[in-house]
Design a protein around this ligand. Structure first.
Ligand SMILES: NC(=O)c1ccc[n+]([C@@H]2O[C@H](COP(=O)([O-])OP(=O)(O)OC[C@H]3O[C@@H](n4cnc5c(N)ncnc54)[C@H](O)[C@@H]3O)[C@@H](O)[C@H]2O)c1
Length: 298
């Protein structure tokens, strides 16, 4: 039987803050395949996430197929908008959700992972943030645009830079994008469409550079709309899910587990010749040139 076997591998998943998003689903799939899981949780969410985890609030969704519970070998605080402590502005450093937490910048987290675990085989980037996502591009400020790019795209470049030296040969890096990078999705604003376009382009360049320097592969999954916490904050996710169900070749919305299974495959040696690719897990929506539910067809 051909199986995805990640036994003996260690995965760092950046962007797990509850049990509702892709990061959580990917953690489960990689664990099911045998990998050890460490995660990076956005600093302001850390106490809420670790508190809920310890209180057993996620126990139902922690259940794996063999009946055991998903375990995290370690949860690191992470703010992927900052590379070094010197980059953190005073008002953030002094914020009550940051003040008592140390070592959350990208360089510090990667240094801690090196000290705690030595090496990593799999890196998953499952985070994005655009403070002005609800604003059309024509109303987006320079600062909002640059923050979207910084948190959602450069964070991947920086994490590959810093994790690369401790990634084992044959390792795999993966991020998550959205079709708004290449087609107009009204409502996905604030420079987030630009950030996703950058993320996809950077994946191709890093596939080349990081293969040469670290011996790792870099891919990105373009996921269909899914009702995670981040997506709900954008405000029109239910409409996008319904649109996919009505107009995609498969005629249904996607499940987080389907993205997670694709992530497990891309992270495994079964995908050993796949790098620099965008893999669509979107019920085939990207392939459509017309909307089936358009009044023009009735
Ligand atoms: N949900 C969708 O419809 C959809 C579709 C395509 C792609 N994606 C992408 O999937 C990825 C995961 O998103 P999701 O939808 O599962 O939502 P999610 O809310 O589960 O994940 C986003 C995570 O990013 C974290 N985060 C935000 N800013 C951060 C920062 N500066 N540093 C560290 N962490 C930070 C949040 O705390 C959260 O845990 C994102 O890249 C998103 O753009 C989502």
């Amino acid at each position: 039987m051909l199986a995805i076997d990640l036994r003996g591998k260690r995965a760092f998943i950046a962007g797990v803050g509850d049990d509702k998003g892709f990061g959580w689903a990917i953690a489960k799939a990689l664990r099911e395949a045998g990998a050890e899981i460490i995660v990076g949780c956005w600093t302001p969410m850390l106490k809420i996430f670790t508190g809920a985890l310890a209180a057993g609030k996620f126990d139902e969704s922690r259940k794996l197929k063999d009946g055991t519970l998903l375990e995290f070998a370690k949860v690191y605080p992470l703010d992927a908008s900052f590379d070094t402590p010197q980059d953190v502005p005073e008002e953030i450093r002094e914020n009550k959700r940051y003040k008592d937490v140390g070592g959350y910048t990208i360089s510090e987290v990667c240094q801690s992972i090196k000290q705690d675990f030595g090496t990593v085989d799999i890196f998953i980037h499952s985070l994005a943030n655009g403070p002005e996502v609800q604003k059309p591009l024509l109303e987006t400020s320079r600062s909002g645009y640059l923050q979207a790019i910084s948190s959602s795209a450069y964070s991947y470049v920086s994490l590959v830079q810093h994790l690369g030296p401790i990634m084992n040969q044959g390792g795999a890096a993966l991020s998550l994008t959205y079709i708004a990078s290449e087609c107009v999705i009204p409502g996905y604003g604030g420079g987030m469409s630009s950030a996703k376009a950058a993320l996809e382009s950077d994946t191709r360049v890093l596939a080349f550079e990081a293969a040469k320097r670290f011996g790792i592969r870099c891919n990105v999954i373009s996921a269909g709309p899914f009702g995670s916490r981040a997506a709900k904050a954008i405000g029109f996710i239910d409409k996008m899910i319904e649109y996919t169900a009505r107009n995609s070749p498969l005629g249904r919305q996607i499940e987080a587990e389907e993205v997670a299974n694709a992530a497990a495959f891309l992270s495994s040696s079964l995908a050993s010749a796949i790098t620099g690719t965008v893999l669509y897990v979107d019920s085939g929506m990207h392939a459509m040139g017309v909307s089936l539910d358009s009044p023009a067809f009735t």
